[in-house]
Design a protein around this ligand. Structure first.
Ligand code: ATR
Length: 271
């Protein structure tokens, strides 16, 4: 039996087992199973030992361990190094490798909303938050020369990001650039349906070109996205990023690249 895991804390909300088990069945990997496990920081070492001992074939890492898992790994892929964030782990030739598939999962999604890669670096992206996932969002945009402004409730964390990504501009929480093309919510504000981000975007009214992107996919429409939709802006939630990062992880583990079929989308909408 090949066992895969997603580890995190909390973990109840994770839809990864639903998706990966469906793909394992679809692609007839009948000896594979994917489970979720709630862990504490002190358990990380033991999880890695289970991979070393071939008791676990692969692991997804979610909040709050994407950075904290790094000291236990033997090697990191390029993106994991650049972002200091690991969401996928597997073993190759006795080495435990940490990968970041969040970043490409995000970029594959956003690229559909930025017509013409050539004109990409003229875009201005306003990023809310400086938490665990934010470096995976900034990395592919920073690399391509987009103008990036970041604002986080705790200023110290944006200053840390600036050390890694020197070209970003930092604003205090509550402030916003006058104009921008895309705003991305990477905070956890919105996970609870009544949550609201207290930043005024009224002057974006009826500008269909401005994209409001929330990494949250459950609930499907946060207040951040609902208000944007009512203003007439473009909106997108975190569902495609979630699926794209899962496809990359599944591909690393099995060499199979799952396609997103109706059943996959149904599994997410049933939740
Ligand atoms: P995770 O690793 O789970 O993403 P995190 O690293 O603590 O968790 O990131 C959560 C993000 O949501 C942070 O940017 C956090 O801001 P702080 O750095 O100030 O904690 C942001 N966040 C959470 N609750 C918030 C709130 N009520 N208002 C504004 N930002 C909030």
């Amino acid at each position: 039996m090949k066992k895969y895991l997603v580890i995190g804390n909390p973990i109840e909300h994770s839809l990864s087992p639903l998706i990966h088990n469906y793909w394992m069945k679809k692609y007839k990997l009948i000896d594979s199973i994917y489970e979720k496990r709630k862990v504490e920081e002190k358990d990380l070492k033991d999880v890695i030992k289970e991979i070393r001992d071939d008791e676990i074939a692969g692991v997804n890492v979610t909040v709050p361990f994407k950075k904290r898992i790094i000291p236990f790994l033997d090697e990191l892929d390029f993106t994991a190094k650049e972002t200091e964030s690991v969401n996928t782990i597997y073993k190759v030739k006795k080495k435990i490798i940490g990968c970041n598939t969040d970043s490409s999962g995000f970029f594959q999604t956003i690229i559909n909303f930025i017509p013409g890669e050539a004109s990409m670096n003229s875009k201005h992206v306003f990023i809310l938050g400086a938490g665990g996932v934010t470096s995976s969002i900034i990395y592919p945009l920073h690399k391509r020369g987009l103008k990036i402004t970041v604002s986080n409730r705790t200023r110290k964390r944006t200053e840390e990001l600036k050390k890694k990504f020197p070209k970003i501009e930092v604003l205090d929480w509550g402030q916003r650039p006058l104009v921008f093309d895309i705003v991305i919510n990477t905070t956890s504000v919105g996970l609870t349906k009544s949550d609201k981000i207290d930043i005024n975007f009224d002057n974006c009214k009826k500008n269909k070109k401005i994209l409001f992107y929330d990494l949250i996919y459950n609930p499907k429409e946060t207040n951040f996205l609902k208000e944007a939709r009512l203003r007439g802006n473009k909106t997108v939630n975190g569902q495609m990023m979630f699926l794209n990062q899962a496809i990359c992880a599944f591909n690393l583990w099995t060499n199979i690249k799952p396609t997103i079929d109706k059943e996959t989308l149904k599994l997410l909408s049933n939740d």
